[in-house]
Design a binder for this molecule. Sequence first.
Ligand code: PAZ
Length: 333
Amino acid sequence: MDLAKGSQAPQESLDTDIESFFETAPPLRDDVDISRKLGEFIELNSPSTGKRIVCVTSGGTTVPLEQRCVRYIDNFSSGHRGAASTMYFLEAGYAVIFLHRRGTCLPYCRSLPEDSLLECFELTESSSVQVRQSHSEDVKRAIGYHHAAVEQGLLLKLPFTTIFEYLQILRMVATSMKSLGSHGMFYLAAAVSDFYVPWESMVEHKIQSASGPLDMRLAQVPKMLSMLRKEWDPMAFCISFKNVDFPFVTQQLETDSNILLKKADMALRKYKMHMVVANELLTRNEEVIVVTSTGRVIVHRDKNEADADVEKPIIKLVAERHSTYIQESCSTN
Ligand code: PAZ
């Protein structure tokens, strides 16, 4: 046991863990570029322009087991929630910083096939490239919306793979967004690792299998939500997600024994979130429960609308609550 740490108060100990996480993490290779892009994006969409900015996190973080990573632990998330939510935020007039796991779903790409470059295009007789008739409407729609959002400076895509990259970029985004006050929002849908191997205790080369079974101790990833709320960007409107992989039924909502809802309530209080979205892995695209300090709201996908997704009503609710929050913050300042 680390005696020095054992004698610290829980808050001090958390602060030390967070400091040590960032001090020992491998530095980002492109931090100068990210910082420049963030500065430009935030200036372009500052509150004086009447815009609001939301940082949407999406996809799962990896935990490398070797410094020259061959193996890693992954957190499941297809990125659908983050990508779809980004589209609805853009539709609702927000500028979006899309902090996403490389290779997961991207906004506007849902109706395209997985290997869209190979599937959607073909060579003509003169060897130029053209869109296949069968995919032309989907391709036009995806390219049109995507280019418009990027060219108007409303969508900034920042990719990550590891937990080290994710948390360092999140901190950069949050400290850059601090100047927005209550106009900024964090919508934290990414599935973030709870455990990791600290960089300094990680082996450099591939772990050898010849030495038999692998015993490995993972450290706990320090909880950064409290840091986000306390220091990085205290005025931003914050929404986090909680999920479980077992069924929870809404009829049981009245019985407070529900583990997921208890966890969501706890996250709301402990990390001072403004909203916590509770979802279950199997039904996450059909229904969620949004927990706030004033009560719980069940949100469903509209089954009568073709291709409707649950993110549409979620973003409507979130944007309404954000408006109220901005009004309240302005009237108290
Ligand atoms: O990315 P996806 O659409 O496949 O799934 C979304 C989700 C379940 C990852 C998200 O709604 C969520 O609950 N994120 C937080 C996960 C966590 O507790 O770390």
